[in-house]
Ligand binder design. Sequence first.
Ligand code: ADP
Ligand code: ADP
Ligand code: MG
Length: 641
Amino acid sequence: MIQSLLIANRGEIACRVIRTARRLGIRTIAVYSDADTTALHVREADEAVHIGPSPAAESYLDGQRIIRAAKDSGAQAIHPGYGFLSENADFAEAVKAAGLIWVGPDAKSIRAMGLKDAAKKLMQDAGVPTTPGYLGKDQSPDTLKAKADEIGYPVLIKAVAGGGGKGMRRVDDPSDFADMLASCKREASASFSDDRVLIEKYILTPRHIEVQIFGDAQGNVVHLFERDCTLQRRHQKVIEEAPAPGMSNEAREAICAAAVRAAQAVDYVGAGTVEFIADASQGLSADRTWFMEMNTRLQVEHPVTEAITGQDLVEWQLRVASGEPLPCTQDDLSIHGYAIEARLYAEDPVTGFLPSTGPLRVFSLPDDIRCDSAVMAGDEVTPFYDPMIAKLIVHEETRAAAIDTLAEAIDDVAIWPVKTNAAFLRNCLLSDEFRDATVTTGYIGDHLETLAGAAEPSEAAWWIGAGARAHIDGTAEYRDPYDVWSQWSGFRLNAPSRSLTAVVHKGEVRVFDLVQSPPDPFLPREIDSDGILVFENGNAFLFETPHALARTGASASDGEIKAPMPGKVIAVDIAQGDSVANGQKLLTLEAMKMEHTLTAPFDGTVSELSAEAGSQVKEGTLLIRIEPAKSTDAAADAKDG
Ligand code: ADP
Ligand code: ADP
Ligand code: MG
């Protein structure tokens, strides 16, 4: 068995590999760029080697530096994770040439599957059904167009060197073909330095089905059943599950056998995935399922396979790389229950899924399911790499239970101020179509507005947030139907600069203190925002306190009465020029179907009145200004004393 292992990757997959290696007693060596000096994978490894500046091209993609790091640190083997150099045949060769063990398939197998056109030809020869299409060398636009016409629309133009959902264009109308081809070639050239394309029939009612396969150096190949990765956004997987809902034993056997044939055709050693596209218009069947491509590495979604088979695929990889035979035969493997994985990204669905970067002041994941995480509270999400920050994985006896467990787990996700896709994931999981397993790869694109729209806090969340803030402010009547204060014992009124955080889960409130004894040296000691954060259904709602409002505008003690939340003014009890007493009712605001009374913070005169009964106001709108009465300062001093 390998004794020491360098992991040529970062993020959750580096942490994932380290976890198994540690269990097996293997010394682990991380590599890191400038941006990752304090990253989680660096902290978790036994040793870490700096390999260059933040841009991946100058660090994680610099094969020579990584090999040097392995030699310098005395590593015996290199695990590439996924992405980066994992499917780079030249790198695999260089690793071996340097006398190191490559945890992955032979360079020859990677090359055979590296280009989509060559891989499809190879599969056709091995008797594996492939999507109908054109794989020829002639790349002239006229030939490609003629082939597309022959295949029949819709067609998919695909970069032969493509990956990660890039370099693909669907064409429905022949008159769009030329433009789509040009744009596909531009993207392929920029992303993969190779503008060659193939043309494929676009499969309608498409479901993405893939098979996990594993080979060893003794020539054994097994499959570990299928995964369904149909829920995608722009050809990129969002939620994955195993087994595929609605898969009959007969179809499973045929598809998995085709995957094993594919692996055998390239003398495959290690973990690999054979991807198929299925026309699900009449359910799943082997004769309507076609080979798309093979990924010659461990896949992001491998945990769902681990869950249903009870195997550790990283352990298999390390054993096979050490020369051991596969730990299991095909007959030893069977499916237990249902597993679902959701990819948690630092991105904002509301703004079209723009990546969200910055420090993770709050980062809390559910503690009762498997979470393969890339970060911890206090870490920073940088703009340099893939924004996936964690994977949430559940395993239950039934698919319905797995959906419910994962949706509930997402309710416990508390992340701030970085934005995430947690609520979007929850919406996808809880859609009727996902539950009924009638989704196709176009489902998310067709339902973006409902799945990715901005959310409003529920009544309970509102009471905790806006209600609690008004309580601190002291300017509003307050009742606390959720009894937040008694749950959060550390909180004191007028305490300086502290943040209260609550998670609302099915109307039940869990409150926690952000500044209590951080166990980790990298966690910041002080959260510098004065606000009440309420997490609900994967959303983060911030209700700023007067402290915070005071920093951004005039202070409440100046007598500015601002709308503490968006709402409707339903009654104004005073008029311009009126004298008012401390605590006197000024105005009633309706928000979240509840009435909220704003009162005078001190004795004074109404010097400005911009609120009007019946009008809608935004949060922070100036409603009333109170000019303090002359004796106010003395009165306030007296009160404080
Ligand atoms: P999976 O099926 O495992 O999601 P993907 O092909 O979507 O496989 O990509 C896996 C990881 O590798 C993702 O993090 C993705 O961003 C990255 N990746 C995929 N292809 C490329 C590529 N050509 N260049 C750089 N990164 C890539
Ligand atoms: P990548 O290397 O980027 O992962 P794939 O060939 O695996 O490229 O395709 C990515 C996704 O695009 C698939 O998961 C599927 O949703 C969609 N797709 C690919 N080929 C077809 C096709 N012929 N018909 C319909 N959808 C397809
Ligand atoms: Mg793919």
